[in-house]
Design a binder for this molecule. Structure first.
Ligand code: NDP
Ligand code: MG
Length: 392
């Protein structure tokens, strides 16, 4: 069998490490081209040496010397910075995992598509910020994007062999995150440690906090809209605390196809790695008799204003997804640094969207990479200013 050439962007993160786990179990089948990280140089070097990668890249220029010395004595090249990330993404491969966190994942993803690689997309920010651009780039280069977000992998699997014209609705489930049962009035005083503890999934800290605020689900609603080309009113969010059903597809004959599995990202990663085949994966097999029951509830938009904001973004269109994401990333930094309260994050995003609206005609809304990056930068400045105003 031919060995497949693969690269992993965001290799040191939670998705990256799960991807490495699957690849390392079957290392004879893969040639690893690039592994990338940011601050975690020890982990990056260790994995790059273990998988005999061609190149290891850190996003941070100032960490190049540290990376070089961690790789000393191996055959792995060391590189650093944004341009090096883009260069690594342009090296010929068959399959790329896009698992950088935040809009920093957009450019390497585009470069991978430009060379025609299959892009396993965990970086939902790419679709939220620049859905049209990334899908168009895939089409222009005859490249494929496979969703890795568990809900979107579930929808994708539910649509195999189906006609999109028969799809009435898509339901994505949400665990409800750390605060699903908290009294709403306590949310303002939620601490970083409390928001960073997910009841079901073991993920990176940022997405875990986004799960508690439902910004993660808000992004996923936009991701569904972009990737599957369905209208906002066809997408529903359902709170399902057990996180066993990941999504459901509703058809015009009344059938609902549900995707059921344990909360383990290696399923969705493995599905994208082996697609269009299914291969044995090291995930738990569910014993439904033992689990006994699944529960569901409607999401509460007072508890989770992020869900309303996602609807506004889809109604506005244009580059408002990039504004939404940049404001969210900035507000999340504020919460992590202790300058914003938990409930203030959605207020900052809401205000940034209105503020950018007032700039209306002054911003070029065409979806080009330059415009997306410009709007991303501007929205971060506005959100930062709004955060400072509150503190002062
Ligand atoms: P982590 O925070 O665990 O990892 C993020 C990765 O990105 C790390 O490799 C990190 O490097 C790297 N990184 C951080 N900042 C930058 C930057 N500015 N430029 C380049 N690389 C950077 O994130 P997750 O693995 O949790 O999430 C990754 C993506 O997958 C996100 O888009 C998330 O929404 C999505 N996703 C994650 C899921 C999960 O289960 N974790 C589920 C579904 C989607 P370092 O650690 O070395 O600093
Ligand atoms: Mg998800």
């Amino acid at each position: 069998m031919n060995r497949r050439r693969v690269s992993i962007f965001g290799a040191t993160g939670s998705i990256g490490e799960n991807t490495i786990d699957l690849i390392a179990r079957n290392s004879d089948s893969y040639d690893v081209v690039a592994l990338t990280g940011a601050s975690n140089i020890t982990q990056l070097a260790k994995d790059a040496i273990r998988l005999n990668a061609q190149v290891a890249v850190t996003a941070h220029d100032h960490l190049l010397t540290e990376l070089r010395s961690a790789l000393a004595g191996s055959n792995v090249e060391a590189a650093a910075g944004k341009a090096a990330l883009a260069e690594a993404a342009s090296r010929p491969v068959d399959w790329v995992m896009s698992a950088i966190i935040g809009s920093a994942g957009l450019l390497p993803g585009l470069k991978a598509l430009e060379q025609g690689a299959t892009l396993a997309l965990a970086n939902k920010e790419s679709l939220v910020c620049a859905g049209g651009l990334i899908l168009q780039t895939a089409e222009n280069n005859n490249a494929r994007i496979l969703p890795v977000d568990s809900e979107h992998s579930a929808i994708f699997q539910g649509l195999v062999g189906e006609d999109m014209a028969a799809v009435e609705r898509i339901i994505i489930t949400a665990s409800g995150g750390a605060f699903r049962d908290w009294p709403i009035e306590d949310l303002a005083n939620a601490t970083l440690a409390q928001a960073s503890a997910h009841p079901n999934w073991d993920m990176g800290q940022r997405i875990t906090i986004d799960s508690a605020s439902m910004f993660n689900k808000a992004m996923e609603v936009i991701e569904t809209h972009e990737y599957f080309d369905v209208r906002s009113d066809q997408i529903e969010v359902l709170v399902h605390p057990e996180s066993m059903i990941h999504a459901l597809v509703g058809f015009n004959d009344g059938a609902l196809l549900a995707h059921v599995g344990p909360p383990d990202m290696r399923h969705a990663i493995g599905y994208a790695l082996h697609w269009p085949e299914r291969k044995t994966l090291p995930v738990e097999r569910l014993d439904l008799a033992k689990i006994g029951s699944f529960t569901f509830r409607a999401p509460d938009e007072v508890r989770w204003p992020a869900l309303r904001l996602a609807r506004e973004v889809m109604a506005r269109g244009g580059l408002s997804g990039a504004v939404f994401n940049a404001a969210k990333e900035t507000a999340l930094n504020g919460f992590i640094l202790g300058t914003l309260k938990f409930t203030e994050m959605s207020e900052i995003v809401d205000q940034t969207l209105s503020n950018m609206d007032s700039k209306g005609g002054h911003i070029d809304d065409t979806m080009t990479l330059d415009n997306v990056l410009h709007v991303d930068h501007l929205a971060r400045e506005i959100a930062q200013h709004l955060i400072k105003q509150r503190a002062g």
